[in-house]
Design a protein around this ligand. Structure first.
Ligand code: WT7
Length: 632
């Protein structure tokens, strides 16, 4: 059954209902799912704890709503289409029936290895169907998956294993990405040297490269599934049992494990998928994200599969073997909805329209954007050259913590405006707050974006540290969830996201905490102190600019900056590598020792004549020295 809204008046009507009576609104949506036992109460909540429960005492298994639900009516329909890195290599298509069987087989493997309800399983895998199968098998047996993007370093992986106390890691021998063949298993091996929590590792063979298999701990995926039954009875889960943990960066040093639970996430990811993309049966949908991020969770795996959609998983990168690859894939599979990040659009824009010319792109109905504010130039390029001016663009604002899309046009229904995420989805009650904690009502206002009422897909806690969840999201404004983003509501009541207002930078749609990068830089033995800020970057949206105080010893500046970059890559991963490193004699600090990041941001972005008040600085001269050594 579909809960799709079909018109703008329908949207306003549903929105009204969702605010006037949220419980009935969501109960009606939730009723179209299969519950092993219906809930006693739709919602129990307070934002002080915070303590939020949706579909209280409801019992379900999310994979029954993906697999059993679609098995009999459309078992032969493609669920996942996998396109490999190398264009000439065979693709793979898994029907709903095949997906069901693979998930069951792997569920049986996990059970055989002693994995059960509540156990934590790390998934560190390339973009292959087995990554989705692994997620669903965990969900089916009640284990809690935590997918770690396979570009993270061994030490970042080890931190996550330790934090969630994982006893299993699912991985691959290696990974293909464009021209590169990347070792994956050896990264896990290195991570496991610093922790003894992991009892079992299952390795999917992708590249065939040589790996060390530790007897009794490491098993090949293809051997493990051999002879396993293709049926498995799904575990009964409570609505509020954990479904997954996904780590994300914040303004303090350590990434936090965002916890999502079974019932609410299921309802929210499907509802938002169907409505935002206006998915109709038979459509082919493609989201280019990696399953290591929330976009991959909600809009490659859960949302589309709960809807019975055909979802494409692409292993490669947009520019391999050439910058026409995305468009080749769109034509090959006649993609109807295409969802990507502004950074990918900008990276392709650089190559002009020539790579697009050979392709028709006439199957496209909807274009999506996610991860960072989309600049108007990229919006128009996307609209004109990819959408041929006939496809609505859904600029979807949301976060790892929100579980699903929160502010977005409904494709073809909500009139769009370049760079605006437009209007909140039904059930999403936004508030714009001024710095004093006052809500700014009415139109033409700008402030911090908060949410004043729970929605089913919201974060429940940060794993192992509930206080941190409270501090980070529920303390800045009383009784509200604070997003960390600045926002403007224009004269039409449309929302435009302005970017982070905290110490988080958005690099190519990936969230990086400045403190996390600083900690990694400070690990270098010659670094005394560092400060990291974001600056506008043509392709990445924001780049990473690091100011570093060092003991130069006998190093040249070039040597040292290369070493620092290598050390950040080692500690976090290549995505956190600073774009620019400036060695400085000091940092602009106030008398109380606080670094004035405002000044560092201005210098990094090149607006030096507009530094504001520097009179509270301990040593104002340091600013001139920093300006003199600025990296172009
Ligand atoms: C942050 C969340 C949610 C999927 C990917 C990122 C920024 C996200 C938009 C958008 C402007 C956006 C925000 C947000 N962001 N989408 N459409 N327009 N900004 O998830 O890593 O949790 O990052 O990404 O700053 O807070 P994430």
């Amino acid at each position: 059954m579909s809960d799709r809204i079909h018109s703008l008046s329908g949207y306003f009507h549903e929105y009204q209902k969702s605010v006037a009576d949220p419980e009935n609104f969501w109960a009606r949506i939730a009723d179209s799912f299969h519950w092993k036992k219906r809930w006693d109460k739709v919602l129990d909540w307070n934002f002080d704890g915070p303590d939020v429960k949706w579909f209280v005492n409801g019992k379900l298994n999310i994979t029954e709503n993906i697999l059993e639900r679609h098995l009999f009516i459309m078992g032969d329909k493609p669920a996942i289409i996998w396109e490999p890195n190398e264009p000439g290599d065979p693709n793979r298509i898994l029907t709903y029936k095949e997906l069901y069987e693979e998930v069951c087989r792997f569920s049986n493997v996990l059970v055989e290895k002693g994995v059960g309800k509540g156990d934590k399983v790390i998934i560190y895998m390339p973009m292959v169907p087995e990554a989705a199968i692994a997620m669903l098998a965990c969900a089916r047996i009640g284990a809690v998956h935590s997918v770690v993007f396979a570009g993270f370093s061994s030490s970042a992986l080890a931190d996550r294993i330790e934090d969630c106390k994982a006893k299993v890691v699912l991985t691959s021998d290696g990974n293909y990405r464009g021209k590169k063949k990347i070792a994956v298993k050896s990264v896990v091996d290195e991570a496991l040297e610093s922790t003894d929590l992991v009892e079992t590792m299952i390795v999917f063979q992708r590249t065939g490269q040589e790996v060390n298999m530790k007897a009794g701990r490491d098993f090949w995926w293809h051997e493990a599934i051999e002879g396993q039954s293709t049926s498995h009875v799904a575990e009964e889960m409570d609505s509020e049992d954990e479904l997954f943990i996904l780590y994300t960066s914040g303004s303090t040093g350590k990434p936090k494990g965002v916890v999502h639970t079974c019932g609410g996430y299921m309802v929210y990811s499907k509802f938002t998928f169907e409505n935002v993309f206006q998915y109709t049966p038979g459509d082919v949908y493609w989201c280019t994200a990696d399953v290591g991020w929330i976009t991959g969770h909600s809009y490659i795996v859960y949302g589309p599969l709960l809807t019975g959609a055909t979802t494409i998983m692409f292993e490669g990168v947009p520019t391999y073997p050439n910058p026409g690859r995305f468009w080749e894939i769109v034509d090959k599979y006649k993609v109807n909805q295409f969802y990507t990040a502004p950074t990918a659009i900008r990276a392709l824009q650089v190559h002009g329209t020539e790579p697009i010319a050979p392709y028709k792109l006439d199957s496209l109905k909807v274009l999506g954007s996610v991860g960072e504010p989309i600049n108007e130039e990229a919006w128009h390029w996307y609209h004109t050259h990819i959408g041929k001016t006939k496809c609505p663009i859904v600029d979807t604002w949301w976060q790892t913590e929100t579980g699903g899309i929160m502010v977005s046009p409904l494709a073809g229904i909500t009139p769009t405006k370049p760079a605006f995420a437009t209007l909140p989805l039904p059930g999403v009650q936004l508030a714009i707050m001024d710095p004093d904690g006052k809500e700014l009502k009415g139109n033409s206002v700008e402030g911090n974006l908060c949410i004043k009422f729970p929605w089913p897909g919201m974060i429940r806690t940060t794993y192992g540290d509930h206080e941190r969840c409270k501090q980070t999201y529920f303390s800045a404004y009383k009784g509200m969830y604070f997003t960390g983003d600045g926002v403007k509501r224009d004269h039409d009541g449309y929302y435009r996201i302005l970017g982070r207002v905290d110490d988080v930078i958005n690099v190519s749609g990936h969230r990086m905490g400045t403190a996390e990068v600083e900690n990694a830089i400070n690990e270098h033995p010659l670094v005394v102190e560092s400060a990291v800020v974001g600056y506008p970057h043509k392709v990445k949206g924001q780049g990473i600019y690091a100011y570093v105080i060092c003991d130069m010893s006998n190093r040249t500046e070039a040597n040292l900056t290369n070493e620092i970059k290598a050390s950040v890559t080692n500690i976090i991963g290549p995505i956190a590598k600073p774009d620019k490193i400036q060695i400085v004699p000091g940092l602009p600090k106030t008398r109380s020792g606080k670094i004035m990041r405002r000044i560092l941001r201005k210098v990094a972005e090149g607006s030096m004549d507009n530094l504001g008040d520097t009179s509270t600085l301990l040593d104002p001269d340091v600013v001139d020295k920093i300006i003199a050594g600025r990296k172009e």
